[in-house]
Design a protein around this ligand. Structure first.
Ligand SMILES: *Cc1c(COP(=O)(O)O)cnc(C)c1O
Length: 370
């Protein structure tokens, strides 16, 4: 990289950071590679898009964009409160659930503290830890997933926060209610546990997946985060939420910038919650697509990591090369080198025809590279 003028002035934690690599946008691929009809299976977006009811409501809300949004998010919190059966003062709204991951760290973590997370964890956990100058404790994964026993052992007096994603992105691994409850019951109350359930709606009936909401009454140091970006199909509007003890929500609301969720997002999320048929259709497409991909990987003799999300990590040998070659076929997936998984690609489950195109291109590419 060219010499950065301000590098010596930047905080030590920030100097350690590499810029986050988002999935390549479709337009960029088409421009750079001169391909048409490219498909993107790289960012775990819902291939069905948002509910049509949502786009209509957001369109109607456009007439009021000159007004600041409702900074308290009253209507969305009321809708979540009745849908989830949880008090509105236990809900914190975020500009995506990433906001919540950051708020909780901002409330509790400084350079004197440690944050525990797993190898192969979601990229935001080390990001927020390092920005705050805190020490990240990376616990080696077990079978690509969280090793909760080792994570509990990594906690010490300096630890303020543990991040856990269930299911985990980018690996798709998930934790059972029993494992998680055994973990929670051993965690001292000076440590906040963030349970990131970004893919909650996709989990369906994976064996013994926890009803984590019930734990809020037992473990006041627990915060659950969920999002409208994935199954609800609202990734570009940026809206997510945290569920926690009301005292924790109170503190997170103090660091939350006013108007962090815009009015289109507030309206869209409120309406999205009412259209659970759309969620069901999305779950079915995902279940069928996951089976289609799994069968193809097995047929091609490729190992993949069983996943409870809407994406799957597959071992293709040389992830970077296969990623590049797939781009030339007009298909964007996610390389996993930055996650220290250079053999794998993460593929978002698409609609049937998208999965078919990906499978055919992958077979062709693996043949080319042999
Ligand atoms: C996508 C994702 C999120 C949330 O993203 P937002 O768009 O900010 O809501 C959070 N955690 C994990 C593990 C994710 O994959």
């Amino acid at each position: 990289m060219a010499k950065n003028l301000f590098y010596p002035l930047a905080l030590a934690g920030v100097r350690e950071l590499a810029p986050y690599q988002p999935g390549k946008p479709i337009e960029e691929l088409e421009r750079e590679y001169g391909v048409e009809n490219a498909i993107k299976l790289a960012s775990n977006e819902n291939p069905l898009g948002a509910s049509p009811l949502v786009t209509e409501a957001a369109y109607r809300a456009l007439k009021d964009i000159s007004r600041y949004p409702d900074g308290s998010g009253y209507a969305l919190k009321a809708a979540l409160s009745s849908y989830l059966g949880i008090s509105a003062d236990q809900i914190t709204l975020g500009n995506g659930s990433s906001d919540l991951l950051e708020f909780v760290a901002r409330v509790f973590v400084s350079h004197e503290h440690e944050v525990v997370y797993s190898q192969y964890c979601f990229a935001m956990y080390p990001l927020f830890t390092k920005i705050l100058g805190a020490q990240g404790q990376v616990v080696p994964a077990k079978n690509f997933g969280h090793d909760l026993e080792a994570m509990a052992r990594a906690i010490n007096k300096q630890t303020r926060l543990v991040y856990i994603a269930n299911p985990n992105n980018p690996t798709g691994t998930w934790l059972s209610a029993d494992e998680l409850e055994a973990f929670l019951s051993h965690i001292p109350t000076h440590v906040l546990v963030v349970l990131d359930e970004a893919y909650y709606e996709y989990v369906g009936n994976h064996i013994n997946y926890p009803n984590s909401l019930a734990w809020l009454k037992i473990y006041p140091n627990l915060i659950i985060t969920r999002t409208f970006s994935k199954a609800y199909g609202l990734a570009s509007l940026r809206v997510g939420y945290g569920l926690s003890h009301r005292d924790l929500a109170d503190l997170m609301n103090r660091v939350r910038p006013p108007f962090n969720v815009n009015s289109l997002a507030l309206v869209a999320a409120t309406v999205a919650l009412q259209d659970q048929d759309h969620i069901q259709r999305s779950q079915i497409i995902n279940r069928d697509g996951m089976a289609q991909l799994a069968l193809a990987f097995t047929t091609m003799n490729l190992d993949y990591i069983p996943s409870a999300g809407n994406f799957v990590a597959v071992d293709v040998g040389e992830g970077g090369k296969v990623y590049e070659a797939l781009l030339r076929h007009g298909i964007i997936v996610r390389p996993m080198v930055s996650y220290d998984l250079p053999r794998h690609l993460r593929v978002t489950v698409g609609q049937k025809d998208e999965n078919t195109r990906f499978i055919q291109a992958l077979a062709a590419v693996l043949e080319e590279l042999r």
